[in-house]
Write a protein that binds this ligand. Structure first.
Ligand SMILES: Nc1ncnc2c1ncn2[C@@H]1O[C@H](COP(=O)(O)OP(=O)(O)OP(=O)(O)O)[C@@H](O)[C@H]1O
Ligand SMILES: O=C(O)[C@@H](O)C(=O)CO
Length: 428
C-alpha cells in the first residue's frame, strides 16, 4: 500500500476529525490507533492518520512517538506528513507543538514548516497570528478554563515561540490573499539558515486561504495544523490529479452492527456540558461523583450496575464532566494531571465494561477520554463513515477483537446541542 498523505494526530478525536475532513474532500482514508501492527490488514487508501495520545505528555515523549510514526509513514510512500494538532492550539508552554514540528522538520532534512490551527467550519480562524474561537480571541474563549491545557494567550507566534528552539515566523493574510507564489516567497525569506526560523504561523479565515496554504504545503515535506489545513492538502492532492480512486466511499463503514448503545463523557467543555443537559431530556444520564471516582473502585462498580439496570431499554449516558469551578476544586486537591488521568482511567474502565455487556455503538466525548477508552478497548483502526457534525464522523472498527463496532469520538467543543441523539440516530 503506497500512501500519498500521512498524518500524525496528537489525540484520537482530532484524528477522526482530520480523517473525516480528508474523506469529505476526496481521499480514501484510514485512521489507525498508534503505528499499526504488521499483521493488521489495512484497506487500500490515499491517506493514513495515525492517532497518538501525546497532546498532554512531556515534549520529549511526544517527539519520540511522532518521529517513529513519521518513519512508518515515509516508509509507505508518504511524501507529505501533517502533524494534526487541536484547532484551539491546546498545549502549555512546555507543550509539544514546537518540539514535534522542529523534530519532523529535522527528520525531513530541515526547512520551514507552515503551522495553522484554522478550521473555519468550526469557527477557528487566525488573523495576524491571533487565534479566534467563534468571535472571541482564544484567551477569552471557554478554552481559558480547559482542565489540562488552559489557553491564556491568543498570539500563536508568542505561544509557539515559548515552546520552540528556533524562532517562529508569520505569514499574514495579506500575503496569503496574494496567492501561493506570494506565500512561497515569504517562506523563502524565512529560510532556516538566514533567519533561524522553522515554524511559521499562517493566517487563514476562509477555506480559500487553506486551499492556498495546502497547495504550498504539499510541496514541502511537513506541515502542522488542524482539519482546515487537511482540507487544503486534500484539495491540492485532488487538483494535482494524483488521486485515482475518484473519491472516497463511506458505504462500508455504516453497515449496521446491532448491539446496545451508550455514551461516556469526560470532556468538561462548555459544549459537552450543554449537550449532556439536553441529553437528560431523552435518556438516562448518570453524573459520576469525581471525588468518589478518585477514592476507589466503588463509584465505577455503581455506575456499571446503574447502566446494567437500564441499558437493555435504550442508550444510557455516563459522565464525569463537571463545570470549571468543580474541576478547579478537584485539581487543587489532587493535582491537574493526577485527577485528569484518574478520571480517564475510570471512564475507560466503564466504557470497556459496557462493551463486555453488549454495547457495540459507543459515543465518547473528549479527546483524552476517547484516547483512554479506545486504548483500553484495544481497537486497532477505524474506517471513516458519514459526518455527524463538523469534525465528528461515525467510525467503524477494523480488526477489533470484540467484532465490528461503531464509535463516535467527539472533540470537547464540537457538535450541536443535540449531538448525542444525532450521533446515535446514525449508528445502527
Ligand atoms: N469532574 C472532573 N474534574 C476534573 N477533571 C475531569 C472531570 N471530568 C473529566 N475530567 C478530566 O478532564 C479532561 C478532559 O479532557 P478531554 O480531552 O477528555 O476533553 P476535552 O478537552 O473537552 O476534549 P478535546 O481534547 O477533544 O477538546 C480529562 O483528563 C478528564 O479525565
Ligand atoms: O482540531 C480540533 O479542534 C479537534 O480535532 C481536536 O483536536 C480536539 O481534541
Amino acid at each position: 500500500m503506497a500512501i500519498l498523505l500521512g498524518s500524525i494526530a496528537d489525540d484520537y478525536t482530532g484524528a477522526s476529525d482530520l480523517a473525516n475532513t480528508l474523506t469529505k474532500n476526496g481521499l480514501r482514508t484510514v485512521q489507525t490507533v498508534g503505528i499499526p501492527d504488521p499483521s493488521l490488514a489495512l484497506p487500500d487508501v490515499d491517506a493514513v492518520v495515525i492517532s497518538l495520545k501525546i497532546r498532554s505528555v512531556p515534549a520529549s515523549e511526544a517527539v519520540a512517538a511522532a518521529t517513529s510514526a513519521e518513519r512508518w509513514l515515509r516508509q509507505r510512500g508518504a511524501g507529505h506528513v501533517l502533524y494534526k494538532i487541536c484547532s484551539t492550539f491546546d498545549s502549555t508552554d512546555a507543550g509539544n507543538i514546537g518540539p514535534v514540528t522542529e523534530a519532523l522538520s529535522d527528520a525531513a532534512g530541515g526547512g520551514v514548516v507552515l503551522v495553522t490551527p484554522a478550521f473555519p467550519e468550526t469557527g477557528r480562524t487566525v488573523y495576524f497570528g491571533h487565534l479566534f474561537v467563534g468571535g472571541q480571541p482564544l484567551n477569552e474563549s471557554p478554552l481559558k478554563d480547559h482542565p489540562l491545557n488552559p489557553m491564556h494567550d491568543a498570539n500563536l507566534v508568542r505561544v509557539l515561540t515559548r515552546q520552540s528552539r528556533n524562532a517562529v515566523g508569520l505569514v499574514d493574510l495579506t500575503t496569503i490573499a496574494a496567492g501561493p507564489g506570494a506565500v512561497k516567497m515569504r517562506l523563502d525569506s524565512f529560510s532556516f539558515r538566514t533567519a533561524g526560523v522553522t515554524a511559521v504561523i499562517a493566517d487563514a479565515i476562509f477555506e480559500r486561504d487553506l486551499e492556498t496554504l495546502g497547495e504550498v504545503a504539499l510541496e514541502t515535506p511537513v506541515s502542522t495544523g488542524a482539519s482546515g489545513l487537511g482540507l487544503g492538502l486534500a484539495r491540492a492532492l485532488v487538483r494535482s490529479g494524483r488521486i485515482s480512486s475518484g473519491g472516497a466511499t463511506t458505504a462500508d463503514a455504516i453497515r449496521p452492527v446491532g448491539g446496545l448503545s451508550a455514551i461516556v463523557a469526560g470532556s468538561c467543555s462548555k459544549a459537552t456540558l450543554h449537550q449532556l443537559d439536553i441529553a437528560e431530556r431523552s435518556m438516562p444520564v448518570l453524573r459520576l461523583d469525581p471525588e468518589r471516582l478518585l477514592a476507589g473502585p466503588h463509584e465505577i462498580a455503581a455506575a456499571i450496575t446503574w447502566a446494567g439496570e437500564r441499558i437493555s431499554a435504550g442508550p444510557v449516558v455516563i459522565a464525569a464532566s463537571a463545570a470549571p469551578e468543580t474541576v478547579s476544586r478537584l485539581q487543587s486537591i489532587y493535582g491537574r494531571e493526577a485527577s485528569g488521568h484518574a478520571i480517564e482511567t475510570a471512564t475507560s474502565i466503564i466504557a470497556t465494561e459496557l462493551v463486555e455487556r453488549g454495547v457495540r455503538r459507543l459515543v465518547v466525548a473528549g479527546g483524552e477520554t476517547s484516547g483512554a477508552a479506545v486504548d483500553r478497548l484495544a481497537i486497532p483502526a477505524f474506517l471513516i463513515g458519514p459526518e455527524i457534525a463538523p469534525g465528528v464522523p461515525v467510525l467503524r472498527t477494523v480488526g477489533n477483537a470484540q467484532g465490528d463496532m461503531l464509535l463516535a469520538l467527539k472533540s470537547g467543543n464540537f457538535g450541536g446541542e443535540d449531538f448525542f441523539t444525532a450521533a446515535l440516530a446514525m449508528m445502527h
